[in-house]
Design a protein around this ligand. Structure first.
Ligand code: C2E
Ligand code: CA
Ligand code: CA
Length: 640
């Protein structure tokens, strides 16, 4: 009896101690997971504590998935737990489904309630497992399963009660941690959406910027286009009218760009436009606007510039084209015509300024400087451009054209060895029109051949007279079209007739011609040679042909373009081009002429490089026939 009582007391003490341990464990668990928001850590703690609480080999935490059709082992501790965690199973599968369905714990005591099927299925393992539901405040969450009691015993009711109590405490913590995790997930999704939204906005912004760019900038050169240019001009005009300041408007039109386009091809011509734009752009001031208005036309707005300042600035800008451009290993010389109109004296709105600058620009095409400030006279001249054609027809009929002659001298001994005949047209209406312009008009109106035959006749006539005084050839410039005229050989025979006359003449042909018409020209060039006429390649260096290709043609002379000659004292590059061209041409048996010799230093350098012939303002400007005659007599008398 005493023993019995003692045993009872010992048991009671043990059970009180167990209770204390259990309560302590529960409390510790509660504080630990109460402050833990990381769901995986919560599962970890719960599983470990549950395992010590019911002395299970393994604890698993199956949780109902969002779809309510499956459950997934989200946490666990003990034997094989790691392998099972993460696995998902259909809800109807196994004990978990039963617990979910009945919202009651599973243990061996429920076996009696099962139907026969279930009982047969689970009876064997019934004692090795308990599963208590995890019921949150709002949802059924899943359960905590204990598998295999340590020591091989079966789970008791007490274990079940303990685990149930434990589950009811931790379920709230699990639910909280799940909500936090859900919130975190939605926050991440939100962040993700925000980022995607930002990205989309940025893309939208970029494409609208691109659209804006495309609508405001020229795609070839990247310069402002006509529309942005109008905007800027209208802004600058309104600022200027408030501050009572002038605004200069400069229009730039490239000369003969159509020919460049044809010779170079569109791709290279675009590249050239781009390079021209870049050169302008590098030198443009902060307050100025540079734009490409289309084709070969550029414009620059010069804020706060009156007529004089605009003119000065235009001269600076024009100088930017002095150096040739390198395109596909070729040196391309570019020139342009510049027209200026100034706000407010020469136009108070965009359209009048533009049309006046345009008139000035067209006028500039006919003056040597290539720059022109608007003058009301220009309007009349523009109107008269229609009349120009009629005038030019009359000029041919009435022999209004003239040839001027520019001496070519031997660099070695300063003696006259030739002359170049250059066309001149002076009229009361148009003043002196540059051959660069009227040749163009003639050419485009099918009148060039007639002019050229007249020029050959006239030059030959002079040459025969002058050859009585001194033997030298007179050179005539031939446009490509003339050579390709099928009637040309016959007409040449008629005008020149024989070698005696032909020996007085040279034809200068620009090298551009040989680019495409190489083969078809061979016959006509040989015919020219058969008449004793020499052939000279003009403007060498600005075109696109290689010397090795040219040499296959029956040519005698190479004229290095003034663009290169002009800079040999200052530009190493040009010096190299000129020197190597002279050497190469000599090796090929050609005579070399340097055109555009304007100063003694250049002449000295050319002498050093053994260039044969010089032509240029240093020696003489082109002279009218009578003046040239006097020059010749003077030259001869000095030699005597
Ligand atoms: P081009 O054949 O290159 O003729 C040389 C040009 O350079 C001439 O211009 C001449 O006056 C100019 N010049 C001569 N020495 C110097 C110098 O020291 N410095 C500078 N800066 N320039 C100099 P021009 O007379 O205005 O002729 C321009 C172009 O018109 C000629 O260039 C030629 O291509 C063409 N041309 C002239 N007359 C005729 C012609 O009768 N028929 C054809 N088809 N073309 C012609
Ligand atoms: Ca020439
Ligand atoms: Ca030339």
């Amino acid at each position: 009896m005493v023993n019995n009582n003692r045993n009872n007391v010992i048991q009671l003490n043990q059970s009180i101690k167990d209770r204390e341990v259990e309560i302590e464990l529960l409390q510790r668990t509660f504080t630990e997971i109460g402050s833990e928001l990381d769901l995986d850590k919560v599962f970890q703690i719960v599983a470990e504590r549950a395992r010590s609480l019911v002395q299970a080999e393994t604890i698993l935490i199956p949780l109902l998935d969002e779809n309510c059709e499956t459950y997934t082992y989200r946490g666990g501790s003990g034997e094989n737990a790691d392998e099972i965690i993460g696995e998902s199973l259909p809800l109807e599968f196994g004990v978990c489904g039963w617990v979910w369905k009945h919202k009651r714990p599973w243990w061996q005591g429920v076996l009696d309630e099962l139907n026969e099927n279930e009982r047969n299925l689970w009876e064997e393992q019934a004692g090795t497992m308990i599963l208590v539901p995890l019921q949150g405040r709002q949802h059924f969450l899943g359960g905590i399963a204990g598998i295999n009691k340590i020591g091989g015993n079966e789970f008791s009711r007490r274990d079940l009660n303990l685990l149930q109590m434990f589950a009811s405490i931790v379920s709230i913590a699990i639910e909280n941690a799940m909500s936090v995790s859900m919130m975190e997930k939605t926050r991440l999704i939100n962040d993700d959406y925000r980022l995607r939204l930002e990205l989309l906005n940025k893309q939208l912004l970029d494409s609208s910027k691109e659209l804006e760019y495309l609508s405001l900038y020229d795609t070839v050169t990247g310069l402002a286009n006509r529309s942005l240019f109008h905007d800027r001009l209208s802004r600058d005009i309104s600022h200027a009218s408030i501050s009572k300041k002038p605004v200069g408007l400069l229009l730039i039109d490239l000369n003969r760009f159509k020919e460049v386009n044809e010779a170079l091809g569109h791709k290279n011509a675009d590249l050239l436009l781009k390079k021209i734009a870049q050169r302008f752009e590098k030198n443009i001031r902060m307050d100025e606007t540079l734009a490409r208005l289309g084709g070969d036309e550029f414009a620059i707005i010069l804020p706060s510039s009156d007529k004089e300042q605009s003119l000065r600035r235009t001269k600076e800008i024009k100088c930017l084209l002095d150096d040739a451009f390198t395109i596909a290993n070729m040196q391309i010389a570019v020139s342009a015509s510049f027209g200026i109109a100034v706000f407010p004296s020469q136009g108070i709105d965009i359209s009048s300024l533009l049309s006046h600058a345009d008139a000035a620009m067209h006028h500039a095409k006919n003056n040597a400087a290539g720059i022109c400030l608007y003058d009301p006279e220009h309007d009349q001249i523009t109107q008269r451009s229609q009349i120009m054609l009629a005038d030019i027809r009359r000029a041919i009929a009435e022999h209004q054209f003239e040839l001027h002659y520019q001496p070519k001298i031997s660099i070695k001994d300063n003696t006259l060895v030739g002359a170049e005949a250059l066309g001149r047209w002076s009229t009361r209406e148009h003043g002196t029109v540059s051959p660069d312009n009227f040749i163009h008009v003639l050419q485009h109106n099918g009148l060039l051949s007639e002019y050229t035959y007249w020029a050959i006749e006239t030059a030959l006539h002079q040459a025969r007279i002058w050859n009585k005084i001194r033997s030298f050839r007179v050179a005539i410039n031939l446009a490509p079209q003339t050579l390709m005229d099928p009637d040309f050989p016959e007409n040449l025979d008629r005008i020149v007739g024989d070698v005696e006359n032909g020996n007085h003449l040279t034809f200068e042909i620009t090298e551009n011609l040989f680019l495409s018409e190489y083969d078809s020209l061979k016959d006509v060039l040989e015919h020219i040679g058969s008449l004793g006429i020499q052939l000279s390649i003009d403007d060498y260096g600005t075109g696109y042909s290689s010397l090795s290709r040219l040499i296959k043609l029956p040519i005698n002379e190479l004229k290095i373009d003034k663009l290169f000659v002009k800079h040999i004292c200052h530009s190493k590059d040009d010096e190299v081009v000129v020197r190597s061209t002279i050497d190469l041409a000599h090796n090929l048996g050609l005579t070399v002429v340097a055109e555009g010799v304007e100063d003694a230093n250049t002449m000295a350098l050319l002498k050093k490089y053994e260039c044969d012939i010089a032509q240029g303002f240093l020696i003489s400007k082109p002279l009218a026939a009578t003046a040239f005659h006097a020059f010749l007599n003077d030259h001869e008398s000095r030699r005597d």
